[in-house]
Design a protein around this ligand. Structure first.
Ligand SMILES: Cc1cc2nc3c(=O)[nH]c(=O)nc-3n(C[C@H](O)[C@H](O)[C@H](O)COP(=O)(O)OP(=O)(O)OC[C@H]3O[C@@H](n4cnc5c(N)ncnc54)[C@H](O)[C@@H]3O)c2cc1C
Length: 450
């Protein structure tokens, strides 16, 4: 079935030339392409945070015989190349909208799950003994226009009154004192939840831990066909087959249409892009008043996300773009370099060393989704983290693992109602890119003029 974007973005044989790839250290050992016919209890499609967390928890905590099938090398997808914000935000709907639709208890449960998910990331790295280059706790949400400061204050009050979640509003001067100053930074909301990390070190750490704990991981093993064999599933790759009693779908924005009918037309993959500079000197950082390694995003609908990296480079991320071709990538890179100079004038014209992009995924109801297919309970899935799957993908993988062995109730870890709604197909899925184009036009106008 035809994918929505240029094929280059789906080509898992092409390495991602990211800053993370250049600095992650040794690759994962102990995986191999699938060769021949194998069988197992649980087969997982997708070797990112969701699939690898599910594999690690199944193998380590429950002794389940599990195999992961990944089209590229482990961590090839969004999990190896994201901005490294282990923070909240896995629904595209605001907390206010979620409160209106689902009520206070459901929202509190969802929020608590998001907080728990970033704690889980830190705990797993600690338990399994791998490095993730964590940055200081908390996330900063910057008002890109003066009139967004009212939203910051309203959000702080909402978090305090509805969620018992403390947060602080920083004036423009306080933002300059604690983080940075810039012509598109008019103050901020600081929430002490989440942190930044090296996304590829984290994903490779998960993969290594899963393998050490007994999971079998097959890279370069794209599932090309999915058949039923009585009560079992048969997944076919170019090198062999895996027969399993249960399948977990953990393919997020790289989900291949046509593999299983339940996942056709239910996701809208969207491009998100990152550029990094050369290491900035102390004097250059001071010239821009930069004084934090905390993770930061802004109040735009088409948001920018940014952070200072461990070796002094600056990372700027931007959602958006509809053209995944190499030409589209070059245009996006030029635009981001220009915007970097506008938002941080002291760094205008600074050399950038890496640019890359990838797909993340939205659902039709703008909620993250996890669970089992109602008509086929031997298929589980966790998808649609809306560009915030570092922490939530990890949590969702553990949830699916515990669900399979009937341990969620015992651990007190139930799925938030907000994440357990049935998957919905987009109306006329062939028009998904047209919907996105219209949404981007509206976002750009409202970010600029409202
Ligand atoms: C540039 C970028 C920046 C981002 N920044 C952040 C951020 O800062 N914080 C945050 O929380 N989130 C961020 N995200 C989103 C986040 O990375 C994802 O939500 C998360 O990684 C999803 O994890 P996953 O394991 O579910 O899917 P992925 O990591 O995307 O893995 C899915 C895997 O499935 C594989 N696959 C697909 N089809 C098949 C098949 N048929 N057979 C075998 N394998 C298959 C793919 O090769 C892929 O590796 C960003 C995403 C991108 C692209």
């Amino acid at each position: 079935m035809r994918q929505l974007y240029h094929p280059v973005i789906h080509d898992a044989s092409t390495p991602v030339e990211s800053y993370w790839e250049a600095t992650a250290g040794p690759p994962v050992e102990g995986w191999s392409p699938l060769a021949g016919d194998a069988s197992c209890d649980v087969a997982i499609i997708g070797g990112g945070y969701t699939g690898l967390s599910a594999a690690l928890h199944l193998a380590r905590d429950h002794g389940v015989d599990v195999r992961v099938l990944e089209a590229g090398v482990p961590a090839w997808g969004a999990s190896g190349r994201n901005g490294g914000f282990a923070t909240r935000g896995s629904s595209k709907l605001s907390y206010q909208e979620l409160l209106r639709r689902f009520g206070r208890d459901a929202l509190r449960h969802f929020h608590a799950t998001q907080v728990e998910s970033s704690d889980l990331v830190a705990a797993l790295a600690e338990e399994e003994g791998f490095e993730i280059d964590a940055s200081p706790k908390g996330e900063v949400y910057v008002a890109h226009k003066p009139n967004r400061m009212a939203e910051m204050a309203a959000e702080r009050d909402f978090q305090r009154d509805v969620l018992d979640q403390p947060s602080e509003v920083w004036s423009r001067a306080e933002l300059a004192e604690r983080a940075y100053a810039g012509p598109e930074a008019f103050g901020a909301l600081y929430t002490p939840v989440g942190f930044g990390l090296h996304p590829l070190k984290y994903c490779r750490g998960l993969a290594g831990a899963a393998i050490r704990r007994g999971a079998v991981v097959h890279g370069h093993s794209k599932v090309l066909k999915w058949e039923r064999q009585g009560s079992r599933h048969r997944l076919i790759t170019a090198g062999g087959t895996v027969t399993a009693g249960h399948v977990i779908v953990a393919t997020a924005g790289f989900t291949q249409e046509g593999l299983h009918p339940a996942f056709n037309g239910v996701l809208l993959p969207v491009l998100t892009n990152i550029v990094t500079t050369r290491p900035l000197t102390q004097a250059e950082r001071e010239a821009q008043g930069w004084r934090t390694e905390m993770v930061i995003s802004d109040s735009r609908n088409l948001l920018f996300y940014y952070r200072l990296l461990k070796d002094g480079r600056f990372m700027l991320g931007a959602r958006g773009g509809l053209d995944a071709s190499p030409d589209g990538a070059a245009t996006m890179r030029r635009w981001m370099e220009r915007r970097l100079g506008e938002m941080y004038p002291a760094w205008k014209g600074i050399e950038t060393t890496h640019f890359w992009r990838g797909l993340t995924d939205l659902s039709a109801d703008l909620l993250p989704h996890l669970g089992r297919l109602p008509d086929e309970p031997s298929v589980s899935y966790a998808l649609a983290y809306h560009g915030n799957g570092v922490a939530m993908g990890t949590w969702a993988g553990r949830y699916l693992a515990r669900d399979l062995v009937g341990r969620n109730d015992a651990s007190g870890s139930s799925a938030p109602v907000i994440m357990s709604q049935p998957l919905r197909r987009f109306p006329m899925p062939g028009l998904r890119k047209a919907y996105l184009r219209a949404a981007y036009m509206w976002f750009e106008a409202s970010d600029r003029f409202l």
